[in-house]
Design a protein around this ligand. Structure first.
Ligand SMILES: Cc1cc2nc3c(=O)[nH]c(=O)nc-3n(C[C@H](O)[C@H](O)[C@H](O)COP(=O)(O)OP(=O)(O)OC[C@H]3O[C@@H](n4cnc5c(N)ncnc54)[C@H](O)[C@@H]3O)c2cc1C
Length: 568
């Protein structure tokens, strides 16, 4: 009997120590559902108790049912039979368990049948699910799609679509990408048009659509006679015979997840929200929500790979001793563990920021009389979410790939063999830094927050807290932050877009390492072990920051002059 909550000391640590009272009060709108719904909490402690109980159920399903079937799901894969997707047996079974346990509406309001849990709890649940099987995207994706409908659709549409998403009777998909529009979503061409009665229809092709077989789709389509993002609107599509699944992709990893090519043949649909705001507002919101989900996926897959590697290293003997007593092996294992914990603390902090932002926006909507009072705080949390969301997606997904890579290395030749789980984790990890925007696109999204002062504001705010428990280590972090500020100043002062683009990844990596350092020093207040974890992270973070600072300050950016002579 394995429970992926109970066996994960780091998640339990965060659940015990994180300060989420504000998140709960905002999410529960001062406990407005109290007495109206059987499971609505009466107060903060009651809410925390209910989060833990539900996460335990998720942990049990993950440990006892999903993880033991993941290898078989990977082998079996998905099939397209007579135009319909067939999931692997294990995926279908666990989907059924999630539905029966009322978990599919995790994040949605109770009035539609949801649990009304904050994003933070969804992230923890998603991480456990992804540790069990990196291809089981049905749970996380459904939350993102349903939440987008909840945020932007009309009440009539919400009543029509959300209850069946909550019960799991309907699956769902996010339908954005086209052959000529991947990172460049403003280039989306699939056409949406209206007939005389005002009914909308979709016509064209979408590709790479996860769960494209789901009954409900959010489709980005060109409804206006305008180029670029302003011509795009968002539509809710309910599966019918006017949409054909043309093929399933044959992929490197996440074999249990169907990636569909869809042909819309004048398929009827409904406009969601306002025309022309499909990409700039609704899809961006959906993608940011999904980016956090992929951050959780990455932490979960990394956790799975680390555990395999640690177990193997403790059992495998070479030269008369177990390999985890050898410096290069235990350095790899320690780095893996520290980088996962750095990813997790950043993930949870980001989810908390997103919860507060969403809570404030909801409060301002429900109580317009409070909107003016909440305005400056909403602006602050929007900025923070705009910085941290792509930052955690970039960090966690690159980290997950490195952890999965090292997990194979620790297994030696065995790691290359199909019968061991680490090669599956490495294949599954590989998609995380590609979909929902590649790492390069996350850097594009995060770097303005680093160069325009949002990161500095956050770091300076963190720096006000008491870290006396960290001794000399705090000085390293403070030195690192000054190095970041100097590097930002240098890049900004060049006033050259190409030069800024060239250094943007370096600046985002520096800011990420420093923000994580502060978060880990915070965590260290509660445990000696966490202090050691923070010290290890900070030692490596400092040298990364110094390395990048040196490259920016002392380098001559020769790449920009010479790249054409080399690759042209
Ligand atoms: C398994 C899988 C599942 C998917 N699921 C979904 C889904 O459910 N719904 C959906 O709509 N889409 C989905 N996608 C699509 C996915 O989001 C895109 O593949 C991804 O955003 C990248 O787009 P692209 O493949 O067209 O690559 P491209 O945009 O062609 O990018 C190619 C390379 O160019 C780089 N690049 C492009 N633009 C820039 C830039 N401005 N700055 C720096 N570098 C740049 C990229 O980083 C990348 O390295 C899925 C894809 C896969 C593989």
């Amino acid at each position: 009997m394995a429970n992926f909550l109970q066996d994960n000391e780091d998640i339990l640590f965060h659940l015990e120590h994180m300060d989420i009272d504000r998140v709960i009060t905002l999410k529960e709108m001062e406990f407005a559902d109290k007495g109206k719904y059987p499971h609505a909490p009466n107060d903060i402690d009651d809410a925390k108790d209910s989060y833990k109980k539900v996460l335990e159920i998720v942990g049990e399903i993950c440990g006892d049912y999903l993880a033991p079937q993941a290898a078989e799901i990977d082998k079996e894969g998905v099939k397209l039979v007579n135009g319909e997707v067939q999931y692997a047996k294990g995926t279908a079974e666990v989907l059924d368990l999630f539905a029966k346990a009322d978990l599919m509406g995790f994040a949605l309001p109770r009035k539609y049948g949801g649990l009304n849990f904050p994003t933070l709890m969804t992230s923890i649940a998603a991480e456990m699910v992804m540790r069990a099987d990196g291809s089981f995207l049905n749970f996380g994706l459904q939350q993102d799609i349903a939440e987008t409908i909840n945020k932007f659709a009309s009440e009539e549409q919400k009543m029509k679509y959300l209850p069946k998403l909550c019960t799991g009777e309907h699956g769902s998909s996010m339908i954005l990408t086209e052959p000529d529009a991947g990172s460049d979503l403003p280039a989306v061409a699939l056409r949406a048009y209206q007939d005389e009665s005002g009914q909308w229809y979709l016509h064209g092709v979408k590709r790479f659509i996860t769960n494209g077989c789901g009954e409900i789709g959010l489709v980005l389509a060109r409804s206006e006679d305008k180029t670029g993002a302003r011509g795009l609107s968002q539509f809710i599509y309910k599966r019918d015979s006017k949409m054909v699944i043309r093929r399933l992709e044959d992929k490197l990893g996440i074999h249990g997840s169907p990636t569909c090519e869809l042909q819309f043949n004048d398929a009827p649909c409904e406009l969601m929200g306002e025309r022309g705001r499909g990409l700039t507002e609704y899809t961006m919101w959906l993608m940011n929500s999904a980016r956090l989900g992929i951050g959780a996926q990455a932490v979960g897959i990394a956790e799975a790979a680390y555990r395999e590697a640690a177990k193997y290293a403790s059992e495998r003997e070479q030269f008369g001793k177990s390999i985890d007593t050898m410096v290069p092996v235990y350095e790899m294992l320690t780095d893996m563990k520290v980088s996962i914990e750095a990813g997790r603390t950043l993930l949870y902090e980001t989810a908390k920021v997103v919860d507060i932002k969403e809570g404030l926006e909801h409060m301002a909507e429900v109580h317009p009389e409070k909107a003016a009072e909440l305005k400056s705080e909403m602006k602050l949390y929007r900025k923070l979410a705009g910085l941290l969301t792509p930052m955690v997606k970039a960090y966690a997904t690159e980290m997950c790939n490195k952890v999965a890579y090292d997990a194979i290395q620790i297994h030696g030749g065995t790691g290359y063999m199909r019968e061991f789980n680490v090669e599956r984790h490495a294949r599954d990890a590989r998609i995380t830094n590609i979909y929902e925007g590649t790492t390069q696109l996350q850097i594009v999204a995060a770097s303005p927050g680093v160069t325009s002062g949002t990161a500095k504001m956050l770091i300076d705010e963190f720096d006000q807290e008491d870290y006396s428990h960290m001794g000399e280590t705090l000085n390293l972090v403070r030195e690192a932050k000054e190095k970041l500020y100097a590097a930002v100043e240098l890049v900004n002062s060049a006033k050259n877009k190409v030069y800024s683009d060239y250094h943007s990844q370096r600046l985002v990596e520096m800011a990420t390492a420093i923000i994580q350092s502060y978060l880990m020093m915070r965590d260290a207040r509660h445990s000696d072990r966490k202090k050691k974890v923070a010290e290890l992270h900070i030692e490596k973070a400092y040298s990364l920051v110094e390395h990048h600072r040196h490259f920016i300050a002392e380098g001559r950016a020769v790449l920009l002059d010479h790249y054409m002579d080399i690759i042209g």
